[in-house]
Design a protein around this ligand. Structure first.
Ligand SMILES: Cc1cc2nc3c(=O)[nH]c(=O)nc-3n(C[C@H](O)[C@H](O)[C@H](O)COP(=O)(O)OP(=O)(O)OC[C@H]3O[C@@H](n4cnc5c(N)ncnc54)[C@H](O)[C@@H]3O)c2cc1C
Length: 358
């Protein structure tokens, strides 16, 4: 498989003079104290164990596509995770369980699964970053999320100093959430996915994707067709990394879609008229953050200093080239406060904020 991280240096070096910007899709972030690259799982575990026993802070970084790192950087040790490998660990006529090393580029794995007629992750095509980061926020798009296919997560537990195999229940997956998010207790070393052996996709759940494919929701389509259609839809929104396209210098969606109570939503629609929504868990209502942002007066291209809302997608905050993290967070605050003022709904950031805050 091609190495999507190949452009990143992979040596171990004292990183005080090198910005972490080079390792994030936003191209933002100050220097690291030290940086170690681990190409083997044992090296990664040993690095985390050593930092823990010496009481040094450590930041695990893989594709850098879901982190906002402060301009002052991270004074501790940065572990750059680059362990690789894809292995079938169980199979029968109908299913396959595939173990994917955490440092494996996610989209390379999705392409590999599609080529092998393994069905279940095709709608997650084009998402940047590593396989090991997908359980962290239960990565999802176009009607699929990894919680649908994760069989087990292999992790090193810093607290207990032991390697674990965690069940999906133990991962406590939710909407862009899991036990791993905002929690540096675990280093994910590999993920097992249970995929169906078939040439057709899982049932298409997402209305926009079904429309583009010309099928009804619930239908299945050939895997490669699902992948290519998702890639096209994503590219049109600046959601596939392209170094030439500043609209993709982002963390994807900056805000999660807020989830509100049914009572609050009823009051809001009574006051403001119809509002797009999806049913959330336990009778709650999920409201599209992009719609709220637009209605609050922030349209595509709305700019701060060197940073702006993507010209292709209202939810993506982008570095136009001259920005820094402080400017990006200023822009995010302006948007968050505008939505709060207009609708009384608080937007929450989707990426992990490192040494900075909203
Ligand atoms: C253009 C674009 C589009 C995107 N589209 C989507 C989308 O459709 N859906 C979606 O859900 N996300 C999306 N994202 C967000 C992002 O790609 C995913 O969250 C991805 O899984 C992050 O992977 P990463 O390797 O880059 O993680 P990083 O950014 O390196 O890390 C993110 C967080 O996870 C932690 N972490 C990473 N790896 C490990 C590990 N092995 N063990 C423990 N902790 C770890 C880090 O410490 C950090 O806290 C998008 C991002 C971009 C830039």
């Amino acid at each position: 498989m091609p190495d999507a991280f190949a452009d990143h240096p992979t040596d171990t070096f004292p990183a005080t003079d090198r910005g972490l910007a080079a390792y994030t899709t936003l191209r933002l972030g100050g220097p690291a104290g030290t940086m170690t690259t681990a190409v083997k799982t044992d090296e990664a575990v040993a690095t985390v164990r050593k930092a823990t026993s010496e009481g040094r802070p450590i930041l695990v970084l893989a594709g850098g596509s879901n982190v906002v790192i402060g301009d002052a950087g991270f004074a501790g040790e940065v572990l750059l995770l680059r362990n690789r490998g894809v292995e079938v660990v169980a199979e029968d006529a109908g299913e396959v369980v595939v173990r994917v090393a955490a440092g494996e580029p996610w989209d390379d794995f999705v392409a590999y699964a599609v080529r092998n007629s393994w069905s279940g992750v095709e709608c997650l095509s084009g998402i940047p970053g590593s396989a090991g980061a997908t359980p962290i926020q239960n990565v999802g798009a176009y009607g699929q999320e990894v919680a649908h296919t994760v069989e087990a997560v292999h992790a090193y537990d810093r607290l207990a100093d032991e390697q674990l195999v965690m069940t999906p229940e133990e991962c406590r997956f939710g909407y862009r959430a899991s036990v791993f998010k905002h929690n540096d207790r675990y280093l994910v070393t590999a993920v097992d996915f249970r995929l169906a052996r078939q040439d057709l996709s899982a049932p298409i759940r997402y209305a926009e994707l079904a429309r583009r494919l010309g099928v009804e929701a619930g239908d299945r389509v050939p895997l490669e067709q699902a992948r290519q259609t998702v890639l096209k839809l994503r590219a049109g929104k600046g959601m596939v990394l392209d170094p030439e396209d500043r609209d993709t210098w982002s963390v994807g969606s900056f805000f999660t879609n807020p989830v509100v109570s049914a009572e609050f939503f009823a009051e809001l629609t009574a006051a403001r008229g119809e509002i797009p929504n999806w049913p959330g868990a336990d009778g709650t209502v999920k409201v599209p953050a992009a719609w709220l942002i637009e209605q609050a007066g922030f349209s595509k291209g709305f700019a701060g200093t060197g940073v702006a809302i993507s010209t292709k997608h209202t939810l993506a905050l982008t570095n136009r080239g001259g920005g820094d993290t402080a400017a990006l967070l200023d822009l995010a605050r302006t948007i968050r406060d505008g939505v709060q003022e207009r609708f009384g709904i608080e937007l929450h950031p989707e990426p992990v904020l490192v040494n900075c805050d909203l």
